[in-house]
Design a protein around this ligand. Sequence first.
Ligand SMILES: *Cc1c(COP(=O)(O)O)cnc(C)c1O
Length: 375
Amino acid sequence: MKVPAEARVDLGAIADNIRLLRERAAGAEVMAMVKAEAYGHGLAEAARAALAGGATWLGVAKLGEALRLRDAGIAVRTLACVGVPGEPYEEAVARDVDLMVGAMWTLREVAQAAERAGRPARIHLKADTGMSRGGARGGDDWEELVDAALTAEALGHVRVVGVMSHFACADEPGHPSIAAQIGAFTDMTEYAEKAGARFEVRHLANSAATLTLPEARFDLVRPGIAIYGLTPVPRLGDFGLRPAMTLVADAALVKRVPAGSGVSYGHTYTTARDTTLAVVPVGYGDGIPRHGSNLLEVLAGGRRRTIAGRVCMDQFVIDLGDDPLSAGDEIVLFGPGDRGEPTAQEWADALGTISYEIVTRIGSRVPRAYPGGAL
Ligand SMILES: *Cc1c(COP(=O)(O)O)cnc(C)c1O
């Protein structure tokens, strides 16, 4: 079916990016982070591409995402990280989803769910090594969690598979918190091992750390953004990664207007001369940032054009000057950049945000297409 706009995802690029990350991981396993619809690229499709490229684990934020991977027939080791009390942990255990445990309540609920399910829950202990977000802080909190987890393991309720933490500033090479977090992770892991933990995997590295910090790779790395071909550290370049997503829309209407025509809500753009306008059928309801009004560029008829006036819910306007363009002609909003279109990184830079937000926010009204086929 013909659609006004689509996000084309190059699954071959995802597989290639995983291969590059595996090389950089130098023997550590790769857990492909596919949370938030694989950063907007399509959960199951991107997950299969990552596995084809050599990832051996999948990681998501919410339990519901892990269960959807299972529904899609993907049985590989999958870790769910963020939960609240009362979630269906029994189903998680029954369907072989690994769970991150960073608080006593989680350990209690997961152990009880495992008893009901009649099999041990696979858990990864989460250490807060300096991000001050999830996980148990070093000292009493960590010791209490580790000791309780090992007791639950001895009772057969859990299997303590992993120990993990997360960097706050890995995208800022040389930031003093990086060495401090690696040190804290090493110490907290050592405490647990001395107490009797037998971890299969110790893991800390996100994309930035996988690419820039060999000492942070441990047994497994957890790249996210780099899988999708976007750099985690823009000032260090693209690391040879290939952006997987190209966002396109067809011109819905092309028309001549006279000089002095106010364009879109608020008339924040006025045509300087007689000109041709094109209506592009995506808006903030599709995830195009309204802050991109009069700011973001797109590629239309082979030339960069800035969004003219405000981004609306379902559409925006561009000023084509005298360029010939017809309704139905394809406009490229962002992509790998090889046809002259902006990249998601360029959009992020213009907006003062990160590429993660650009690709993740593209909404469900924009269908994902996989022109190269599934992997
Ligand atoms: C999202 C996430 C990652 C991946 O981070 P990137 O910066 O996208 O590589 C790694 N670990 C955890 C726990 C995450 O939530």
